[in-house]
Write a protein that binds this ligand. Sequence first.
Ligand SMILES: [Fe+2]
Length: 315
Amino acid sequence: MKIKEIYKLAIDKAIESDFRGRKEVQRILDRKKESFEKMPEARKKLFDREALENPYLDSRILNIAEDKEIKKVLVGIDIDTAEILLGKEIKGIDLIISHHPLGKALASLHEVMELQCDVLHQYGVPINVAEGLMRERISEVARGVNRLNHQRAVDAANLVGLNLMCLHTACDNLAAGFLKKQVDQKKGLMRLKDLVHLLEGIPEYQKAAELGAGPKIFVGKKENRCGRIAITEITGGTEGSPKLYEKMAIAGIGTVVGMHISEEHKKEAEAANINVVIAGHMSSDSLGVNLFLDELEKRNIEIVPCSGLIRVRRG
Ligand SMILES: [Fe+2]
């Protein structure tokens, strides 16, 4: 496969798993196209045209040094200059894939967060409330990523002549879809301890537990009843608004499964009596990335995991 084919496959798989459904994702892209066409020429020139085809702007091709057939890929959760040099050191690496966004994808991290509004709406939070609270948080994230050194790893890849791509929400969507299926299939998930037990049965979390980072209850007691379990914090860029927990409780959510949680968010969840089970960060990121890497392996691409990626094969 060529780099662009790998990238297209990732975006397609992400749309397939998107909680909003393929039709709705297409509608969002169509709306962007419509507003692009109405733009004056001067603004069109500056417009990020990738937004017309890719609904996950935190997932992009960042550097094409040589557009060759890809046979061996170095994949990690965080890629920086060190991993780029590692890519040079290990024989035969054709492409490096980072999970966390880099370069322009990092600068666009906030652009994927709208996804969270639709997911919250599906769980019963009124769309106007979700949009209102998320809008505030999205601008906060946009300001937060603005100050970062986006191009650092991309520059390194360019200097040493390595192909580089990042797949963030593109893979997180796969993890979210997988976890939702697991939770929905187990109707008897009564208590938080049962939910933790279910997660511990997933190999990535099992291995993370062995490494001291297994699933943990951050808010609630293990005998607490789960109530309605929401997979609202696995995909969609980064943490949403802390003010949402109160609205989620009103909407009938009992427990949230997340990758990680800040202290501020934890306090708000506690105040709203929402249980929070933290599945784990590197492990949850690994789960989504693995589901995509299985697709690459099926196409005879060799995978070299690095930088926190817990590689597990399925199927
Ligand atoms: Fe992550």
